[in-house]
Design a protein around this ligand. Structure first.
Ligand code: HEM
Length: 155
């Protein structure tokens, strides 16, 4: 628990934050390594690759930078990410629950390769929860059961 607020050490330099990192604690540098390794696998994946290809094409760097910010906000509570993940995923009309299973499988594999076991588990737990809430938004459509709710939908 003593290293939970490592984000504060960011200003002192990456090497220093890394030196401070203990089991279960991540750093900006580790997030970058994880995100790059994960999306390298995603791009090469037969199921997920084409979905990203259609939206991102060859312009990966802005997406990667966004994802560093996202994971920095999630894991280090830095507030660096300002975006709307639900909106971004609602646009992806060909995505199915199977794609989410595959995404989580590759994410788990990468986290276990890049991080110590405890940190990997923390990343995976967060990813699984966010995936679940994205799937609820994408696949559970209350208006199908109750048309009245459509009017109140945030869109
Ligand atoms: C089936 C699984 C998934 C697919 C196919 C997928 C695909 C994508 C694509 C194509 C984009 C780019 C959207 C755009 O630029 O318009 C995107 C953005 C993003 N994804 Fe996913 N994603 C998946 C699951 C997840 C999960 C589980 C998370 C979180 C743990 C996540 C977090 C994000 C975030 C934060 C963005 C940036 C949204 C923004 O601010 O523009 N994605 N995703």
């Amino acid at each position: 628990m003593d290293n939970q607020n490592d984000a504060a050490g960011e200003a002192t330099g990456r090497w220093c934050v890394e030196a401070d990192a203990g089991a279960g604690v991540t750093t900006e540098a580790e997030i970058e390594t994880l995100v790059r390794a994960f999306y390298t696998k995603v791009r090469a994946d037969a199921e997920l690759g084409p979905i990203f290809d259609r939206v991102i094409g060859d312009n990966w760097e802005p997406h990667l930078q966004k994802m560093f910010n996202f994971w920095s906000s999630v894991m280090l509570t830095t507030g660096r990410y300002k975006g709307q993940p639900m909106r971004a995923h609602l646009k992806l009309k060909t995505v199915t629950p199977k794609h989410f299973d595959r995404w989580l499988m590759l994410f788990r594999e990468t986290a276990e390769e890049v991080c110590d076991a405890e940190t990997a588990e923390r990343f995976i737990e967060k990813a699984a929860r966010i995936a679940e809430s994205l799937q609820l938004g994408i696949f559970f459509k209350p208006e199908r059961h109750d048309p009245e709710r459509k009017a109140g939908c945030c869109g």
